[in-house]
Design a protein around this ligand. Structure first.
Ligand code: KIV
Length: 282
């Protein structure tokens, strides 16, 4: 049985912190599941770390469905959240429900995430009414990078902080089961977390959120282009991959790979017959 939204709400009530990580493919999903992660986000951050775009804006529904399926195949227990990409829920309630439905029906996710607070509350409540759990996402909302003018901490002025509190309240009222707070000053994230009954999941929002989410590649040192301030590297797999690949290149060039251990052999009789055959005149 997978982790459910009831489990996540209970974790908040019990003061049990909720760890969440992104995953975008079968192999990484198997590994993070093996480590015991309860909550996985197939984030549209795959636009940058898997597809090489410079933002999440170009990511499509087909991209999200494709990657979500692979993560679902690699897991049995974790709750899988599929991210709704830019413009997949803004154009109409019909599109929002159809696309959220695709992430569950085709992708196999258990819930969806979308960006925006008060302005998206009506959409959240329509999706929730159709039986699809929704995780909200406020603060720095990367799909609006062009509107925000860059990836910046949000909610720093009194007006902006009050708006974020209002956004969180509107999402909770609309039926969101959890809310991501991205790049929000820690004291504000703490106040929001205390004021809503649903779990808050922070990324760059301090230690007082009910859970934390990090991008797989940031945590493991796999994405070398940019390391956000809020990320902690638990491993340097990028350096390990470069070193391993360069050792492989050297071994191939020096004729040291493959060795007998990595090669398949042929039975003596077949080998002798083959040798006779290939040396006899035609
Ligand atoms: O797409 C993503 O990875 C996200 C997280 C940063 C919360 O939305």
């Amino acid at each position: 049985m997978r982790v459910t939204i009831r489990d996540l709400k209970r974790m908040k009530r019990d003061g049990e912190k909720i760890p969440m990580i992104t995953a975008y493919d079968y192999t990484s999903a198997c590994l993070v599941e093996e480590a015991g992660i309860p909550l996985i986000l197939v984030g549209d951050s795959l636009g940058q770390v898997m597809l090489g775009h410079d933002s999440t804006v170009p990511v499509t529904m087909d991209d999200m469905v494709h990657h979500t399926k692979t993560v679902v195949r690699g897991t049995r227990k974790a709750h899988i959240v599929g991210d709704l990409p830019f413009l997949s829920y803004h154009t109409s309630a019909f599109d929002a429900m159809r696309n959220a439905g695709r992430l569950l029906k085709e992708g196999g996710a258990q819930s969806v995430k979308l960006e925006g607070g008060q302005s998206q509350a009506a959409t959240v409540s329509r999706i929730v009414e159709s039986g699809i759990p929704v995780m909200g996402h406020i603060g720095l909302t990367p799909q609006s990078v062009n509107q925000l003018g860059g990836y910046r901490v949000q909610g720093k002025s009194l007006k902006a902080a009050l708006q974020l509190m209002e956004d969180a309240r509107a999402l909770e009222e609309a039926g969101a089961y959890a809310i991501v707070l991205e790049c929000v000053p820690a004291p504000l994230a703490k106040m929001i977390s205390e004021r809503v009954a649903v779990p808050t999941i922070g990324i760059g929002a301090g230690a007082d959120c009910d859970g934390q989410v990090q991008v797989f590649h940031d945590l493991l040192g796999l994405y070398q282009d940019f390391v956000p301030k809020h990320a902690r590297r638990y491993a340097n797999l990028g350096d390990a991959v470069i070193q391993a690949t360069s050792d492989y290149i050297s071994d191939v060039r020096a004729g040291q790979f493959p060795s007998d251990k990595e090669s398949y052999t042929l039975g003596r009789k077949v080998l002798d017959a083959l040798t006779d055959h290939s040396t006899s005149p035609v």
